[in-house]
Design a protein around this ligand. Structure first.
Ligand code: G3I
Length: 433
């Protein structure tokens, strides 16, 4: 009761417009990340930590100033929202969604079926297959129905695979069957709110790998069966030392494979941990990973959502789960912006521009540039096969005179070899998350 009262107070006092980033109060008011992202058609957001973090004024004002999308880090999961067979508890999640609505933010729902954070009554059972199906349908009807029209995207199924490519043995796949339970869950979510976009969410999707191949097979099958799936969430729990020079394009390749199936993608849980203690060199490495993931999203035609798994190091899951690591978010524990914040602000202010295929004499040159980190979705063919500029000849015909290529659509002459990009090419260590 007291908590809700305080939350109501905060709803009315926390600013919904950008202000000063704390620690630079003498500087001119700076736009928040949300103001920089909006003109690009991008929603930028953060996970809301557990109750009662919204009661911390620094937390609430920073959140509202910087982000225009929220997601509950924990409080829409079964453990919290459905603690007993016939009991639903939306108290904290309602306050979080209310805060978001009070500050012009949209909301993601996370999640409706996962192997973890399930209440004991659900895990213990035993239940028959039919009972499990009914549980899943009832839960989704209740939760998605409760937020119908207020939650724009749902992570319907979370992490159905393990770290590689094997389906997990969770209550749903064991009792109902894989992938049948996904079809049931997405169909139920669509019935409960036909306006919500429905995502499959997982980790380790940052580069071409067998897990992503299996996932593409899975979602292609769902689409073929008419299951209402709209997108794939790339969680993106990364490390500052885990992104190579071509990681932006590796991520892009996967995003474009989803695009070829008519699916959106979203960065859903980005954080970039560093080994403690955090040094300025490590924080700079971290910043380049943040920039790289943001560049991939900005370059992909089907990425309109960029979420971090929190925003301040004061409340991050990393230190208690990954021994010796932390400092994973763009604000430190005192709500001071870190280099990662500056990198994202700069990237949003000067978004990456992909070179046209017309800038390359042949496919081999374009592919080489792409693989070495020259950024570019347009360099990839629409089917997302990962082959750059398929319309170009495989190798350029020998020419006597110094090469110039056909004018680009804008009419300007382009050199045979692409000019260096104004923005720095990402040089940072390969994703592992
Ligand atoms: O609610 C209990 C509380 O009653 C108890 O007093 C307290 C004692 O530690 O624990 C509380 O539950 C914790 C819960 O977070 C809420 O704070 C759990 O122990 C803790 O395990 C749980 O951790 C969450 C984790 O998922 C569980 O797997 C993290 O906060 C959350 O950040 C993390 O989020 C996941 C995404 O949902 C899916 N993708 C990966 C991501 C990171 O693991």
């Amino acid at each position: 009761m007291g908590t809700l009262f305080c939350l109501t107070l905060l709803l009315s006092v926390a600013p919904s417009t950008p202000g000063h980033v704390s620690g630079r109060a003498d500087a001119a008011p700076a736009p928040g990340l949300r103001d920089l992202a909006a003109p690009l058609g991008l929603r930028i957001g953060a996970a809301f930590n557990d109750d009662p973090t919204l009661l911390d004024p620094s937390y609430a004002t920073t959140l509202a100033r910087e982000f225009d999308m929220g997601v509950s880090e924990n409080h829409m999961k079964w453990q919290f929202v459905h603690p007993a067979p016939t009991t639903y508890d939306f108290k904290v999640a309602d306050a979080q969604v209310g805060f978001a609505e009070g500050h012009g933010m949209t909301y993601r729902g996370h999640n409706l079926a996962w192997s973890r954070q399930n209440p004991a009554w659900l895990v213990t059972g035993p239940f028959t297959r039919d009972e499990r199906i009914q549980q899943l349908r009832d839960h989704i009807a209740a939760v998605v129905g409760h937020y119908a029209g207020r939650v724009a995207q749902w992570d319907v199924v979370n992490e159905a695979f393990d770290g590689l490519a094997d389906p997990l043995h969770d209550p749903w796949s064991v009792s109902i069957g894989f992938p049948e339970y996904l079809d049931i869950a997405f169909t139920a979510a669509h019935a409960a709110d036909p306006t919500a976009k429905l995502f499959y969410n997982d980790y380790n999707l940052q580069a071409p790998n067998s897990k992503f191949d299996h996932l593409i097979d899975l979602v292609a099958g769902m689409k073929a069966r008419g299951v209402p799936i709209d997108g794939i969430g790339f969680e993106s729990h990364l490390s500052a030392r885990s992104c190579t020079a071509k990681c932006t394009n590796d991520t892009l390749k996967n995003m474009l494979r989803a695009h070829a199936l008519g699916l959106e993608v979203a960065i859903t849980e980005l954080d970039v941990s560093v080994q403690l203690p955090a040094t300025s060199q490590k924080l700079d490495q971290q910043a380049s990973v943040y920039r790289s993931v943001l560049e991939a999203c900005l370059l992909a035609p089907n990425c309109h959502t960029f979420m971090m798994w929190g925003f301040t190091d004061k409340y991050s899951w990393i230190p208690s789960f990954v021994h010796g690591y932390g400092a994973a978010l763009p604000f430190d524990e005192q709500y001071q912006p870190k280099p990662a914040y500056a990198a994202m602000a700069a990237t949003l202010s000067t978004p990456p521009v992909a070179p046209s295929c017309a800038a390359f004499p042949d496919r081999a040159t374009a592919q080489k540039a792409f693989d070495s980190g020259v950024l570019g979705a347009p360099m990839l063919d629409p089917d997302g096969s990962g082959t750059a500029c398929e319309n170009l000849p495989a190798v350029a015909a020998p020419v006597a005179a110094p090469a110039t290529v056909e004018p680009a659509p804008t009419g300007e002459k382009l050199p045979a070899v692409p000019a260096p990009r104004a923005a720095p090419v990402v040089v940072a260590p390969a994703f592992t998350g």
